[in-house]
Design a protein around this ligand. Structure first.
Ligand code: RB5
Length: 172
């Protein structure tokens, strides 16, 4: 798999560890930096990393900063990017399987390295399930980009809410 990865200066050593971890497992990794501990700003690396995914130069992306929050939000500003901030294995699987997340966000000061490896494994191993329900949800999320505003269109999710009301949706 082609993986695009990037981080800010707070967690460079964790990103470097993941580059080696992924390469040892046969992945082709593009390391977008940063490369040292000199102060930088996470949006630069969030966008740089996500752009490779958005442009089709990488299959999936991984972005890391101290909390993971700033760099994940930055990555999400690109069209076609669905970045998920994940702190456990279950959420990593959910993000891929249901929401077709294509960038994994990690807080290197929040999550320990052992768990980070398991989260990365789960994110890369899990495939998106393009069921009618998942497709519908994701198309509706994408519809926001096309100018639909859920605050103006309260009926946008009626189909899904009816489904939940009929007990046909299992919350996770
Ligand atoms: C450092 O800039 C720190 O604020 C950053 O790594 C991150 O935690 C933001 O979400």
């Amino acid at each position: 798999m082609k993986i695009s990865i990037g981080c800010d200066h707070i967690v460079t050593e964790i990103k470097d560890h993941l580059v080696k971890y992924l390469e040892a497992r046969g992945h082709e990794v593009t390391d977008n930096g940063t490369y040292d501990k000199k102060r930088t700003h996470y949006p630069v690396y969030g966008v740089k990393t996500a752009k490779k995914v958005a442009d089709g130069d990488a299959d999936l992306g991984i972005v890391l900063c101290g909390t993971g929050v700033g760099i994940t939000i930055s990555a999400n500003k690109l069209k076609g990017i669905r970045a998920a901030l994940v702190e456990d294995v279950e959420a990593a699987r959910y993000a891929r399987e249901k929401l077709n997340a294509n960038v994994l966000g990690i807080g290197g000061r929040i999550v320990g390295i052992g768990l980070i490896e398991r989260i990365v494994d789960a994110f890369l191993e899990t495939e998106y399930e393009p069921s009618a329900e998942n497709e519908q949800t994701n198309q509706q999320i994408d519809a926001f980009l096309a100018g639909k505003d859920p605050a103006q269109d309260e009926r946008l999710f009626d189909d899904l809410i009816e489904k939940w009301n009929r007990g046909e949706y299992a919350d996770r």
